[in-house]
Design a protein around this ligand. Structure first.
Ligand code: AMP
Ligand code: GLY
Length: 421
């Protein structure tokens, strides 16, 4: 079995690690991959949003299944491209088609979906350049803080949370009139601020049935105590201690079930991961956002807790046989700590030699590349160390301990993960 994985992060390395344990012994191809995925399969140097190049690679390597890691190829229509291809239409793609990928690709589309299917979320209104004055007037009618979201993909930077009214108005003008985020901010969603603690929910669906993966919580801010700029994610834990049985049931009844039914009612034929970003406000769950892929670094704690054969699970999804599968989840807790390049998420350098990668710990590589046999940094988030334990605190201790032998110039990681649990 030949599997093509699109992406180059810690999430994709984790999928390779899990798939390489499959009894089906799949051959893995990763486009473009990193130095970690190269140890488990064959990296193919193509851009994951170059749909023609992906189709060519899928043909030449006789690919049986395509797993899409990041959102950009899905929003660009990679699933549709393969499904409509003269010789590849039989190849299952794990990841939704272009229309359903709008759940992540457009905040306004996602809010309309939630409104249509009565899924709890913050109240909102949407504005464009023509309705800018209505937007400014609307800001005056709602309490601070103001949540402004660029409608389209903006590399995780498109959400602004602003405390002062005048500042919020200036930001709205910047986004709509001055196109601060380019085409992504031609539309802006203004929504109510939800005060609570966040968690991530992952559902794998074949369009008919679904399985719910273990929940996780990630740490998005660069600084300790959840301060400073947002990042792609500085670490994660699973399970989530405050996600007790009663709360989980509310998530199932109020959010997962109506989301799955909504996808069917809207005839979106969603095959892949629905990543529901949730927030607990008091005792109630609300949806902050949908993503149409697994989370990174949540994958680094979620996949190790799944005991099923991952190749069989993905194949069952692609062949619409997910109802045959019972998910088996380990009782062990997992935690991952992400090490980043100095300066990230602002400017940082690449090409720093990484030492200590040969230890026993579970290290998932992200921004790495191999230069003449030496693994060097090649991105902002460089690697993630995953540890296990009977609870999240013990798992964090193990993850930090695994990291102690690894170093590169400018290496930074948060030392306080789990502080809020
Ligand atoms: P998003 O890209 O929609 O996930 O937003 C990025 C981050 O902004 C989220 O992870 C939250 O921390 C925060 N956020 C987004 N929407 C809201 C909201 N309505 N209330 C409070 N915080 C929010
Ligand atoms: N860790 C959040 C994300 O993958 O979007």
């Amino acid at each position: 079995m030949n599997i093509l994985i699109l992406g180059n992060g810690g999430r994709e390395h984790t999928f390779c690690w899990k798939l390489s344990q499959s009894t089906q012994q799949p051959n893995l191809f990763i486009a473009p991959g990193n130095a970690g995925t190269a140890q488990l399969g064959t990296n193919i140097d193509i851009n994951p949003t170059d749909l023609e190049a992906i189709a060519t690679a899928a043909s030449s390597h006789a690919i049986d299944l395509i797993l899409v890691g990041p959102e950009a190829p899905l929003v660009a229509g990679v699933h549709d491209h393969i499904a409509n291809h003269p010789t590849l239409s039989h190849v299952p793609v794990i990841g939704p088609k272009e229309e359903a990928a709008q759940l992540e690709g457009s905040k306004a589309y996602a809010k309309a979906f939630m409104e249509r299917h009565n899924i709890p979320t913050a109240p909102y209104k949407q504005f464009d350049a023509q309705s800018l004055n209505d937007g400014l007037a609307y800001l005056e009618t709602i309490p601070a803080p103001y949540v402004l979201k660029a409608d389209g993909l903006a590399a995780g930077k498109g959400v602004l949370i602003i405390h002062e009214l005048e500042e919020a108005k200036t930001a709205l003008i910047d986004m709509l009139a001055n196109k601060k985020f380019g085409a992504a901010s031609e539309q802006v969603v203004i929504e109510g601020f939800l005060d609570g603690i966040e968690l991530s929910c992952f559902v794998l669906t074949d369009g008919e049935s679904h399985v719910t993966f273990p929940f996780a919580k990630d740490y998005k801010r660069i600084g300790e105590g959840d301060t400073g700029l947002n990042t792609g994610g500085m670490g994660a834990v699973s399970p989530v201690p405050f996600n007790d049985a009663v709360f989980k049931q509310k998530i199932q009844d109020r959010i997962i079930t109506p989301t799955m039914e909504g996808l069917k009612k809207d005839q979106l034929d969603f095959v892949g991961f629905v990543f529901i970003g949730l927030i607990r406000v008091g005792d109630d769950p609300f949806v902050i956002e949908y993503n149409v892929r697994m989370g990174d670094p949540e994958t680094q704690v979620v996949l190790p807790r799944i005991q099923n054969d991952m190749a069989a699970l993905l194949l069952a999804t692609g062949e619409k046989r997910l109802h045959e599968v019972a998910l088996q989840i380990s009782d062990q807790a997992a935690a991952t700590v992400v090490s980043v390049a100095g300066g990230y998420p602002e400017t940082y350098e690449k090409g720093k030699a990484i030492s200590g990668l040969t230890g026993d710990g579970l290290i998932f590589q992200a921004g790495t590349t191999d230069v003449d046999g030496q693994i060097v940094t090649n991105g902002g988030r460089v690697l993630a160390s995953t540890g296990f334990g009977t609870d999240v605190q013990e798992a964090l201790t193990a993850a930090y301990s695994n990291l102690s032998n690894i170093s590169f110039e400018g290496m930074y990681f948060r030392k306080d993960l789990g502080f809020d649990l």
